[in-house]
Design a protein. Sequence first.
Length: 173
Amino acid sequence: MGEEIKMTKEKRIMVAVDESEESMYALSWCLTNLLSHNTNKNMTLLLFYVQPPPPLYSSSFEFKGFSGYLFGGDVIASMEKYWRELSDSVMSRAEDVCRGFDTDGRIRVEKKVGRGDAKEVICTAAERLGADILVMGCHDYGFFKRALLGSVSNYCAKNAKCPVVVVKLPRDG
């Protein structure tokens, strides 16, 4: 009858980046294995960085007989400045990694920054930003460190609403 119209949904790949070598390797792996051979012109690479939760904004507190001091205005301003500079630095490094790959303009890059507990913020952002896949590095902590700190990649693999690819940094030896 008439011509068939193909609607191709934009593919959105989110890569969680931080200051670690592991996250930059995961980004490089994503560009090499998921994006560089793709001919779809409807692709967006979401670079996502999570800042830590904001500090408490009170000058002092007392809780059940324990007195302590929380951060004042100057310390808060310094910390906020540090987190902004760190975000800018991480995104700059990620952009440098992206520039090393020839995508012929097929891939649009967006930078997003969240704030809070990394594992929860990443999962929520992946859903809200419409990520089709989440790519993240793995710090490969041992049992005790993982038990104390938790594993962001493990949490995301279990809780994200989209497929998750966890990329391990190759170790020599």
